[in-house]
Design a protein around this ligand. Structure first.
Ligand SMILES: NC(=O)c1ccc[n+]([C@@H]2O[C@H](COP(=O)([O-])OP(=O)(O)OC[C@H]3O[C@@H](n4cnc5c(N)ncnc54)[C@H](OP(=O)(O)O)[C@@H]3O)[C@@H](O)[C@H]2O)c1
Length: 297
């Protein structure tokens, strides 16, 4: 029976009765915000959770909310070697993976910053996760779930959706458009991945809601204060912000999802660019080239 959860549901509520004992999950960005709560809830329901963060120290701090149920690993998403090392460690320590929640992210860096010649939000939010998930695909259980934490901000992507001729950001940079592009890339990746994985593997993307976390740290105060006033009535707690991720990662009703987009614990409508299959395929190919990896599935 489908239970009607909503924007006020917490991660604990949407996973009530779910038994994850024997399952292995991986969550990125566990030292802060929604990632810490996602890790805590998956562990509370019995999963062993691999918690990643930029450094091992930060991953340990995130995992400290459930020390006996977690394995901390370093994964700096802008450093493809660090991503490969993390995936290698997962392969060495575990023989399968049931859940991946690609949660880590940065938003609206005020000035252009780059990693390996790529605009930093694209490099972090999209490319690092593309490579990490790609390296782990061979370990996915038959009924595994891959959950991409995107954002309603994907609607602020630039004209064309993904600026393939400006992935460096050097031909023009807007903090929110670059964030939008990277979050659009999360949804396009989910669509392209869903087409490639085995029948039983679920892939989804989601908007977690508006939650006061460290994500807003780069937004100047003069913008943040009026924004806070506008968004305050719809803001969620962190426990509510982790609900849609945890629902998609665990709930029996969402076992067969193939690339759909969710918000407030229910299906939602994504932008036209996010539905563009050609764009998704082009992004997949370009991402393979940028990582120097042809993804074998
Ligand atoms: N909060 C919201 O209102 C909201 C709305 C829509 C979507 N989202 C999405 O929700 C996700 C979680 O965000 P949050 O609100 O929980 O923000 P947060 O508290 O800032 O957490 C983000 C996490 O990502 C990590 N991270 C950032 N850059 C990284 C990198 N290069 N390598 C590895 N880890 C990195 C951060 O590590 P450090 O602490 O070391 O930087 C942190 O652990 C993000 O994908 C975000 O886009 C959030």
């Amino acid at each position: 029976m489908t239970i009607a959860f909503n924007k006020r549901s917490t991660a604990e509520q949407v996973t009530e009765g779910v038994d994850l004992h024997g399952k292995v999950a991986l969550v990125t960005g566990v030292n802060s915000g929604i990632g810490t709560e996602t890790l805590r809830i998956l562990a509370l329901r019995g999963a062993h959770v691999i918690g990643t963060a930029r450094t091992l120290e930060k991953a340990r701090a995130g995992c400290s909310v459930a020390p006996d149920m977690t394995t901390p690993l370093a994964c700096e998403l802008t450093d493809l070697k660090s991503v490969r090392n993390c995936a290698e460690a997962v392969h060495q320590k575990f023989d399968r993976l049931d859940i991946i929640v690609a949660n880590a992210g940065i938003m609206a860096l005020p000035k252009l910053q780059q990693a390996n010649g790529l605009e930093m939000q694209f490099a972090t939010n999209h490319l690092g996760h593309f490579l990490l998930v790609a390296q782990l695909l061979g370990m996915l259980a038959d009924d595994a779930r891959v959950v991409m934490v995107s954002s309603e901000g994907h609607r602020s992507a630039p004209a064309g959706g993904i600026q393939f001729d400006n992935l460096s950001g050097e031909a023009g940079y807007s903090p929110l458009r670059a964030y939008g592009q990277s979050k659009l890339a999360n949804i396009l990746f989910a669509k392209a991945l869903a087409k490639r994985v085995a029948d039983g593997v679920a892939v989804s993307a989601l908007h977690p809601g508006v939650i006061a976390t460290n994500l807003g740290r780069h937004i100047p105060k003069w913008i943040a204060l009026p924004l806070a006033l506008v968004f305050f009535p719809m803001a969620k707690t962190v426990a509510q912000g982790a609900a849609t991720s945890c629902l998609l990662a665990t709930h029996p009703d969402y076992a067969g999802v193939k690339g759909s987009y969710f918000s407030d614990c229910k299906p939602a409508s994504e932008s036209a660019y996010a539905k563009d299959e050609e764009l998704a395929e082009r992004l997949w190919k370009v991402s393979e080239e940028l990582c120097g990896t042809v993804v074998a599935i």
